[in-house]
Ligand binder design. Structure first.
Ligand code: 5AD
Length: 380
């Protein structure tokens, strides 16, 4: 009769919150042969006390290397026109159910001015992928106009500009850099060429994306990449390899989030349940923070699609960047990469107030009127 009681007690004890960061995470494992095993242990941890010890270690590393400020980048999704057909994506070319839009230059500049007035310091220009000359010219014009419109006493060099517009010719990347963009996000989606091939049509190559990341670095951009987490066919070993890929590419920034199916996307296969994808997403953030230490890591909107406090949890697990929505609400629903995208109806003002509260709720503060480059980049 005693036995079950004792087992139950033992379970409760192991589930008690950890009070200290995990000792096995200390030391210089990041560049040693031990790295894959440590990362695997982080990603597979399920015992609540162990997960909490990992979280605490990641948070400690963040505070030591990057401080406690959360860097904001206003997110402008300026067009959903796209020439690609990525199997997972809601705005892929083959989805005829989507109404296509492009914001005007004036719309984009108005959003940028709003960000500057709010003290956001930086913005992200994101869109579907196009490579025609008119698109290249338009992005260049946007960058120049945003810089012109947002120079102020608080920010003499204008807002920081991050681009997220996909694979492009080196000349386009160079033109945009010369116009004033200084950070570029291009997710690798998966560092396994084989898994990458299953996610994309035949005309999209893993090698091209890696080549783009290298060109971006050579031009002088701060470079960010990332993956989706919980994809069909993705294993823990794939995720470990993703983390080592980030390390070896020496990235400045990371944006990763759970994979979220879209009704009009065409990626077959089983995926982990929503809660497991969320937890895996958080453990990936912690693993990346512990491995790379001084890079910027975003708490992505996809985390919030799985739990109302998903982004705050991301911050607690070691993220230090948030991208508040500033895309005009009238077009926002047309930029649904995945189902269940949050904040579709909120105005930029509502998003700003809501985020400030959310960030304060986890004991962090926001950096105002700063580009918020990663410490890693500042050290280069
Ligand atoms: N689930 C989660 N993330 C997605 N993205 C695109 N589609 C999805 C989806 N269904 C991510 C990709 C892309 C970024 C802009 O959005 O990683 O690089």
């Amino acid at each position: 009769m005693n036995r079950p009681v004792r087992i139950a007690w033992h379970k409760r004890a192991s589930a008690a919150a950890a009070r200290e960061p995990a000792a096995w995470l200390e030391g210089g494992w990041q560049h040693s042969d031990a790295a894959p095993d440590v990362l695997r242990r982080i990603l597979t941890a399920t015992d609540p006390a162990e997960v909490e010890a990992i979280r605490m270690a990641a948070e400690k590393t963040l505070l030591e290397h990057c401080g406690d400020t959360v860097r904001l980048r206003g997110l402008i999704e300026f067009s959903n026109r796209c020439v690609l057909d990525c199997h997972y994506c809601g705005i892929r070319r083959g989805n005829r159910a989507v109404k296509r839009y492009s914001l005007t230059l004036d719309d984009v500049v108005a959003c940028a001015r709003w960000c500057a007035d709010k003290g956001y310091g930086s913005l992200v220009l994101q869109s579907g992928e196009r490579r025609d000359a008119a698109f290249v010219r338009r992005v260049e014009a946007m960058i120049r106009a945003i810089k012109e419109a947002t120079r102020s006493e608080a920010q003499p060099d204008g807002l920081g500009i991050t681009l997220c517009v996909g694979e492009q010719a080196p000349e386009s990347y160079a033109r945009w850099f010369a116009a004033g963009a200084h950070r570029y996000l291009l997710r690798i989606e998966s560092s396994s060429p084989e898994l990458f091939a299953r996610l994309h049509p035949e005309n999209q190559w893993f090698e091209t994306r890696v080549a783009c990341l290298k060109v971006l670095r050579e031009i002088g951009y701060q470079v960010g990449t990332g993956v989706m987490i919980g994809l069909p066919g993705q294993t823990v070993d794939h995720l470990v390899d993703d983390l080592l890929f980030f390390r070896d590419l020496d990235v400045d920034m990371l944006g990763m989030g759970p994979y979220l199916p879209h009704a009009q996307a065409v990626l077959p296969g089983e995926i982990p349940g929503a809660q497991e994808r969320l937890r895996l997403g958080l453990r990936m953030i912690a693993a990346a923070r512990l491995l790379l230490r001084d890079v910027n890591i975003a708490a992505t909107t996809a985390l919030q699609a799985l739990a109302d406090d998903g982004r705050e949890q991301g911050l607690r697990f070691g993220a230090n960047v948030i991208m508040p929505q500033v895309t005009p609400p009238r077009v926002r629903a047309m930029y649904t990469l995945y189902d269940g995208k949050p904040c579709l109806d909120d105005t930029a003002e509502q998003c700003a107030v809501c985020l400030e509260n959310r960030i304060a709720s986890v004991g962090r503060k926001t950096a105002k009127n700063q580009w918020g480059d990663s410490v890693k980049f500042a050290r280069r």
